[in-house]
Design a protein around this ligand. Structure first.
Ligand code: GLN
Length: 306
């Protein structure tokens, strides 16, 4: 679809690799072990063709990139109306783990892309008869990635031990009846889906499934209904980059979701899924090199949805 894509990715990698701005997330101790030199960029077109450069096979955890997919699973299981009784569709203008809006606002989490909303959505997920909720989530995510995904137990346990703020959010949600009695188990599941392992090449396939209207570009499996793709992408667009969602929409113009591992995924509807990985983060928790790479791709190829 796009001429000279491979050369462009290579150029971006070479230009951006020396950039050492940003910091590795250390509030989850296991994440602080990341290598600041790692940098990968991958694009999967809706045709199924993948272009990649750099460390695209280095494993990392999804972190908040899991949120749009968990939201998608809840939409599939319960429908949009039921899901949005528990979570809103408004950006907060606050950090991903902010607790303030929950207290001062409607006591309903603003959207599924921030921690409060994602914990509430995780609590809605059904328990299948024949498997655990975690296995169910892993299988669902695997369909997007086109490969079998697994959990990084160390990162999960590390966040479980240190995630006091998320625990506080979960308790506040319980106080407001936005999660059920078994919310501790849902919080665990939240920590687990944040700790699912991926690499840049496969993350670009997850993004490409959303770009392709919900059908994985090479397995051709329908993973999510087209109408739910619309729900997921519109909330990624308005809320996926937290308190820089407006700036991102203005400058880059495509739905995106970041994770504090350094993961970043962007979706160009009808065209391609883009993924980057580089653990040095800016103040909002987005990968510095990744954001610059995706912004440059958008500018060069005119990818803004407008
Ligand atoms: N697991 C992380 C947390 O809850 C995810 C945050 C993120 O990636 N922005 O803090």
């Amino acid at each position: 679809v796009i001429p000279h894509l491979q050369e462009t990715l290579q150029e971006l990698y070479t230009t951006l690799l020396p950039n050492r701005d940003g910091r590795i997330a250390d509030y989850i101790p296991e994440l602080s072990r990341a290598n600041p030199d790692h940098f990968g960029i991958a694009v999967t077109e809706v045709s199924g063709k993948t272009f990649k450069t750099g460390d695209t096979e280095v494993p990392f955890t999804l972190q908040s990139v899991s949120k749009p997919f968990v939201y998608a699973l809840a939409l599939k299981e319960l429908g949009a109306e039921a899901v949005h009784k528990m979570v809103g569709t408004e950006p907060t203008g606050m950090a991903f783990n902010s607790i303030i809006r929950l207290e001062e606002g409607s006591d309903k989490p603003h959207n599924p892309m921030i921690n409060a909303g994602a914990i509430a959505v995780t609590d809605l997920l059904k328990t299948p008869k024949d498997k655990s909720r975690l296995d169910h989530v892993l299988e669902y995510f695997s369909d997007y990635a086109g490969t079998k995904l697994h959990l990084d137990e160390k990162t999960y346990l590390s966040e479980r031990l240190s995630g006091h703020k998320n625990r506080a959010i979960a308790h506040l949600l319980r106080q407001y009846n936005r999660v059920g009695e078994d919310f501790e188990a849902s919080l665990d599941l939240y920590f687990q889906h944040c700790s699912i392992v991926i690499d840049t090449a496969h993350l670009s396939q997850m993004a490409a499934t959303l770009a392709n209207g919900g059908i994985h570009p090479t397995t051709l499996k329908r993973v999510i209904d087209a109408r739910h793709v619309k729900d997921v992408l519109s909330l990624m667009f308005t809320c996926g980059m937290y308190d820089s969602s407006g700036e991102w929409a203005y400058a880059v113009g495509i739905p995106a979701k970041s994770g504090v591992s350094g993961a970043l995924m962007a979706v160009v509807p009808g065209k391609m899924g883009i993924a980057t990985f580089s653990p040095l983060l800016n103040r909002q928790g987005h990968s510095v090199r990744g954001s610059l790479a995706i912004r440059a791709l958008s500018e060069k190829f005119g990818l803004s949805v407008f």
